[in-house]
Write a protein that binds this ligand. Sequence first.
Ligand code: ADP
Ligand code: MG
Length: 367
Amino acid sequence: MASDKGMRVQVAVRLRPALNPNEQRANRCVSGIDNKSLEIWNWRNTDQSLRFEFDAFYGADSQQKDIFKKSVRPLLAHPLEGQNVSVFAYGPTGAGKTFTMLGTQKNPGIIPRSLFTLFREIQRRERNATSSEWKYAVSFSYLEIYQEKVYDLLEIKSHDLPIREDQNHNIFIPNLTSKTISSVQEFQALFEPASKNRTTAATKLNSRSSRSHSVLLVKVEKSRETERELKTQVGKLYLIDLAGSENNKKTGNQGIRLKESGAINMSLFQLGKVVDALNQKLPRIPYRDSKLTRLLQDSLGGHAHACMLTNIAPEEEFYMDTYTTLNFAAKSRNVVNKPFVREISETKKPAKKRSLSSHDDKVTTKK
Ligand code: ADP
Ligand code: MG
């Protein structure tokens, strides 16, 4: 009974504030309209701007808690009911993916907030429970997909880990480290050094962190023992900070960088194709075409719930990345029952030529 709702990937866009306060007004090429839509320059015709609509739009002054409350918290009931959820941050390097997922001490992001909410809900349920009710156990794993290879981030092993599927179509990684946790504090104590390790490695390896997908997997195992049987359910929550989506034509990548970009583009492209195929209800979903989508096979589509948090930056230097990012995100958005609105609207400055038919950026919803 896979409902349409379960298959739909929610798409939210977050615009980060300008980092240089002096540039706050100048050099902006994108701005919000309301809590679902935004406007961006049309580089093909400066008398016009392009308008995109998503499930949610979070403007530059939005807070971490707003994004969490509206786009993520509603999904967190599912892993407690044996269902899978995936939340991923997409967008170019520097647009705010890590800030959104991880955040800072003062401004915690989706990851700490999700763990906090899960544990609070489990405690609430256990407090109200009688002895015959469900018991919960939480564990987590942390891995990185770099150049189509899977690396454990909790215990550094230098080899690629294989992804497997069991007879019930659950996806798993046989030798991946998994740590049992019973509180947010326990989680932080194990997760923080691991994510710091990654940042250190990143500086050594020329910002590998922006060139790999970092995947946090939180597993909620639920069990209930009666005289006759032991029942268990497992729900998975994936919280993913994707590799930067910048295109390598602009960055002039060569050698290893070009190879990295190839792998990144390939897997992000495959992710886009999977989302597209799911939402168009195609008979074949191309999960197997990349490590990332293979890993997410049981957590994206079907009964699983998913949200793509798309991060964009306001500065002009990001314009082409922003433009391609919105097109990528809008394509996924479009896969829903009603086509997404990407209409041409006029800019506020007095435009002499107002003929809409003259625009050459033909609006299409397909690639
Ligand atoms: P990405 O992970 O996409 O490469 P980051 O999350 O590292 O981008 O963000 C780039 C910079 O912008 C960081 O210094 C980060 O702290 C800052 N930043 C990102 N989003 C916000 C935000 N919403 N508010 C304030 N600062 C932000
Ligand atoms: Mg980052």
